[in-house]
Design a protein around this ligand. Structure first.
Ligand SMILES: Cc1ncc(COP(=O)(O)O)c(C=O)c1O
Length: 451
């Protein structure tokens, strides 16, 4: 009875989705999608009350439906919600609180509604300040869904019309499967020199660089940890060419990396970007985004005399929620928690790497972790189908995980920050069980339990 109800309900949803939704909007697990009806902390519940462990939702940063966030939204909603053309304490308090997390020179804030809006504004700021047009990005990067951002997202434009003349693509500083690997004597300089060469080539064609636009830790690119010192060297080349450094923290900011509040800080204290963009976790699910930059860049932007207005950006409700998110991170010491649980999860995953040759690499910082699955040690060929199969089987064990990277073979962990030690143990034990194949029908490949 229950089974039939589930099937009919899901079928109704799929039929309705097909009829009303564009087919370019995709579902997770499209062959057998999950209908989630509520969530709490790091757990999500389907229509039949089954509990799933959420290992991927970095938007629900401090936990799904956190009571403090819900309360802050509700209280401010009862009082006032309007645009930022009126004075409001929440906006000022929020800007002040954010500025305390950042290097001093990043002291001007613009509030917006989505990561894409933030990155689009970052492009405008960079171009207005430098009076240059060209942008350097990393291969496989994704920076948002607006036209301007599809143009700087190789992950997208490679499947469309291709690369614009003002876009330049640098190799990902991936020391596991990139151009220069862990055995290279100086991968930092080698990767930074690739950017230097790109700038020189662009100059020969009369082009001028406005910005190097990069995720502080490339996520869609495969959960990559750039070697420390790379950003400093790149920034030196880019600034010499009159450009600025834009750090996209939309996936990885707000203490996720544990050691630091911002992922760009993993590069070292001597590195400061010119523009930082924030989104996703900033509002714990409420649509907020932010751009932080320097006085000089903001003044150049204002000097055109053209007003910047954003109907919803910086409204009192969004700012109340943003403040509540910062409060919870502090109160529950989630940054330290990310270090502790992340280190534990990495340790368990590294033990699995010794046991299962399909695990080629385990990398990460805090609760941003990638597990690179390979078909063979020599070539490090991405184990794409196996990764896909593994996440499907994990879903059957009520664990939500997904893949990333150009080979779609990197398991990506970026759970809500309340993810705990037991969750880590549960997910790794389940991965072990599936990879070992001792669990009868829980083995990954049909008819064969071993990879
Ligand atoms: C690194 C990065 N930048 C920007 C965006 C765009 O953010 P939004 O979907 O909120 O517009 C995303 C979204 O996935 C992202 O991963």
């Amino acid at each position: 009875m229950c089974f039939h109800f589930t099937c009919l309900n899901s079928l109704r949803f799929i039929l309705l989705s097909d009829a009303c939704h564009s087919s370019s909007c995709k579902l997770f697990f499209s062959n057998d999608p999950v209908k989630i009806v509520k969530a709490k902390g790091q757990y999500m519940y389907d229509e039949n009350g089954r509990r799933y462990l959420d290992c991927i939702n970095n938007v629900a940063h401090v936990g799904h439906c956190h009571p403090d966030i819900v309360k802050a939204a509700h209280e401010q909603n009862q009082l006032l919600n309007t645009n930022s053309r009126y004075l409001h304490d929440n906006l000022v308090d929020y800007a002040e609180r954010l500025s305390k997390t950042l290097p001093e020179k990043l002291c001007i804030f613009y509030f917006l509604n989505s990561g894409s809006e933030a990155n689009d504004l970052a492009l405008r700021l960079a171009r207005q300040y430098t009076k240059h047009e060209d942008i350097i990005v990393l291969d496989h990067a994704y920076h948002g869904h607006l036209t301007s951002l599809i143009d700087i997202s190789p992950y997208k434009f490679r499947n469309l019309e291709g690369q614009k003349e003002w876009v330049h693509v640098a190799p990902v500083p991936d020391t596991y499967r990139g151009l220069y690997r862990e055995d290279h004597e100086d991968s930092v300089t080698a990767y930074a020199n690739e950017v230097k060469n790109i700038i020189e080539q662009a100059h020969k064609r009369g082009r001028k660089i406005a910005a190097f636009f990069v995720e502080s830790l490339p996520s869609v690119g495969g959960q990559i940890i750039p070697p420390a010192g790379y950003f400093q060297k790149v920034a030196e080349h880019v600034r010499k060419a009159g450009g600025v450094f834009i750090a996209d923290e939309i996936q990885v900011g707000f203490g996720r990396v544990g050691k630091h509040f911002w992922a760009f800080q993993l590069q070292g204290e001597d590195f400061i970007p010119d523009i930082v963009t924030m989104g996703k976790p900033i509002g714990n699910g409420h649509p907020i985004a932010c751009v932080a930059t320097t006085k000089e860049i903001a003044e150049a932007f204002a000097s055109t005399g053209v007003e910047y207005f954003n109907t919803f950006g910086g409204n009192p409700v969004s700012c109340a929620i943003g403040l509540a998110v910062l409060d919870v991170i502090e109160k529950e010491q989630l940054q330290a928690h990310a270090t502790e649980v992340g280190n534990f999860l990495m340790k368990l995953l590294k033990e699995q790497k010794i046991k299962h040759p399909i695990i080629g690499d385990v990398r990460g910082s805090g609760l941003f972790i990638g597990v690179d699955l390979i078909k063979d040690q020599a070539q490090r060929t991405p184990a794409t189908e196996e990764a896909e199969h593994l996440i499907t089987r994990l879903k059957e064990e009520y664990i939500l995980l997904s893949t990333d990277g150009p080979g779609r073979n990197v398991l990506k962990f970026k759970p809500p920050m309340c993810f705990n030690m037991e969750d880590a143990k549960f997910v790794v034990d389940t991965i072990d069980k599936l990879l070992t194949g001792n669990a009868g029908q829980n083995c990954l490949a049909e008819g064969c339990c071993q990879f």
